[in-house]
Design a protein around this ligand. Structure first.
Ligand code: UFG
Length: 336
């Protein structure tokens, strides 16, 4: 019998791509989402991609009664927890909101799981838990030094998982520390589409390419990197989604616990991204060099060896594929 996975935040950017990969791996999947940062038509699109109806419930991870109802209704084998706030800058302005949604929301999920006898959870963490790099690439045992309330909220959740497992060995967890997700599904039916002005590089460039924003602001060209702009480890969202399938499979098959980076191991600069996107959309994209953004690090990228050795995870899609799939998605949305 196929196993059932509950995806919190399953209508969001990474959640929706993970839904598709889980379905194609043969899992039954239940989505919960409050649609605060996802479009309701994502559900129809997921049905279209997978050619099957989607099981979903609208609700919030802060609503304990809602969570209890979902667990009563479905025989869940494991949870993949995406539902969280993710803007680093906003977290500095609103630390309480970040604590409530990210930490209280997660502890609510864990409590509902415990009450339902479900002890397998994959948690969305982030490379920003490492803070200023002491050495690169970041390995999983790099020291943890969160610099924003957002990063701190992820560290708090990771710590809670460790304490929970210490208190009750029935718990199995996979902590996945993402590097920079980019790109969209091959179908161009799902992707990243923030309503507001994007904080992150790829969706910002996408809006310059569609003409919604006049130019890219490059946040500093005087970093200690080959072209002076910030370097990051961009990973295709479909690769990232596959990493979740492998992680949850390992929990279910081997009652395993792991903490792993999900990245490619290769760093690309802001200009690398811009050039690749120009190739994808076939036009020159305007940019202006501006000051550095507060709190930015010049360069970081993953050591992907543990995820490869442990899960057999390897990112297979390169930068051009990320940009091309992003462009296919945003240009289709704008034309529809
Ligand atoms: N950048 C620009 N202009 C922009 C946006 C970004 O030049 O308009 C630059 C940044 O200075 C940085 C690079 O592009 O050098 C990437 O910036 P992003 O905002 O896209 O990504 P960050 O690495 O700052 O952070 C992201 C997410 C975090 C996540 C982290 C994991 O925002 O939530 O990746 O590595 F934790």
């Amino acid at each position: 019998m196929s196993k059932t996975i509950l995806l919190t935040g399953g209508a969001g950017y990474i959640g929706s791509h993970t839904y598709v990969e889980l379905k194609s791996a043969g899992y039954d999947v239940v989505i919960i989402d409050n649609f605060s940062n996802a479009r309701p038509d994502v559900i129809d699109r997921l049905a279209q991609i997978t050619d099957a109806p989607v099981t979903w419930h609208k609700g919030d991870v802060l609503d304990k009664a809602f969570l209890a109802k979902v667990f009563a209704q479905h025989a869940v084998d494991a949870v993949i927890h995406f539902a969280a706030k993710k803007a680093v800058g906003e977290s500095v302005e609103k630390p309480l909101d970040y604590f409530e949604t990210n930490c209280t929301g997660f502890s609510n999920i864990l409590m509902a799981m415990q009450a339902a006898g479900v002890f397998n959870v994959v948690f969305s963490s982030t490379a920003t838990v490492y803070g200023e790099p002491l050495s690169l690439p970041y390995t999983e045992d790099h020291r943890i030094a969160p610099v924003s309330p957002y990063a701190q909220s992820k560290v708090t959740c990771e710590t809670l998982l460790r304490q929970l497992k210490d208190s009750d060995p029935r718990w199995n967890y996979g902590v996945l520390r993402y590097f920079n997700p980019a790109g969209a599904h091959d179908s161009a039916l799902i992707g990243e589409d923030p309503n507001d002005i994007p904080n992150n590089l790829m969706p910002y460039i996408a809006k310059v390419a569609t003409g919604e924003l006049p130019h890219l602001n490059v946040f500093g060209d005087d970093y200690d990197t080959p072209d002076g702009t910030g370097v990051r480890d961009y990973i295709h969202v479909v690769d990232l989604a596959r990493g979740h399938v492998q992680s949850v499979g390992k929990l279910l098959d081997d009652q395993d616990t792991h903490i792993l980076n999900l990245g490619t191991g290769t760093g690309y600069s802001v200009f690398d991204m811009l050039r690749s996107y120009e190739k994808a959309c076939g036009t020159t994209l305007p940019f202006k060099i501006g000051p550095r953004r507060a709190g930015d690090i010049d360069c970081f990228y993953a050591d992907p060896a543990s995820a490869r050795d442990y899960l057999g995870f390897e990112a297979t899609r390169g930068l051009d594929e990320m940009c091309q799939s992003s462009w296919n998605w945003v240009s289709r949305v704008r034309n529809s």
